[in-house]
Design a binder for this molecule. Sequence first.
Ligand code: PHB
Length: 393
Amino acid sequence: MKTRRHSLHRLAGAALAGLALLGAAAARADGGTVKIGVILPMTGQQASTGREVEAGIKLWMAQHGNKAGGKTVEIVLRDDATVPDTTRRLAQELVVNDKVAVLAGFGITPAAMATAPIATKSQTPMVVMAAATSSITEASPFIVRTSFTLPQVSVSIADWAAKNKIRKVVSLVSDYGPGNDAEKYFADRFTLDGGTVVEKLRTPLRSPDFAPVLQKVRDDAPDALFVFLPSGQGAQFMKQFAERGLDKAGIRLIATGDVTDDDQLDQMGDVALGVVTAHHYSAAHPSAMNQKFVAAFEAANKFRPNFMAVGGYDGMHLIYDALNATHGAGGQKLLDAMKGQVFESPRGPILIDAQTRDIVQDVYIRRVERVKGQLYNVEFETIASVKDPGKSK
Ligand code: PHB
């Protein structure tokens, strides 16, 4: 009896495998390619973001092949040169001419915002792998995010500061969407925790000069300076921070992890040592999965993965799982298969909240330390399963 049941199982298994093969063949026969239109800043001010996200996408495909949902996955990469009007035009072309099933990438908030109406109108799932202003996911019901939100990390560092004898803070943010979020969510939480933000400073997104604002910080003499700057600006900021002698003036530096970005951290030198930040990813995250991820990434690229690379890698994971679940269907079905996904990322466990389509993830408090001769963000506290505080209003 036992043997017979086993052989029935084997037969059923073989039949199913046969059907699956037939299905795959049918998909191939009827033009079995699924295109993913990736728009990134490969040139211009945020080019390091494009380089990191693209490397994350490529590593996913090198490790998992180019087949998902029975179709051949093809990446169509376009460079928006960090210009949102270009992002919108490229998205339109990718949807209309290339017939992409998914739009993905988006290095800065204005690029994601410019594309949102196209995702809605064409019912194309849009996976935001980099941009991080809270409201992006509300700009279209077709947007899903695998990066992070500034409120997630800003409230986390505010709580840490208040618990660590920091009472008086000056904030400095980049003057656009994610900077607005960082400034507001840091100040609201820090004030609730009993602290005071004595001055709120801003620098422009394009070609910022930090000298004048750093002079103000010196004059204000706070316990700490809280900073958000987009990935790519951290090294220049740290250089000016040291040149103005702020590191020696007893003003602590606290920030979102964008400032001590793994892409640039090791070039920052000793001025970065001891800087405490909150973020969702560090190349030094001690999980087995991350150690493998970093080793494979560095072997393929000769540079360190940062949080942007992980946003690209996880974005591909999300798209592959959704394609597999829907056997390559597009539109609303593909979007629905992205909602509620849970998996382990190199950053730790993540969930795509089915209601908000935003990411729920652990946020870590980290300190810059020298590890085996190189600077890393070493995690020392975990705030588990942080939902975007911008959504719970
Ligand atoms: C954004 O424009 O949304 C953005 C860019 C870089 C970051 C964070 C947010 O590091």
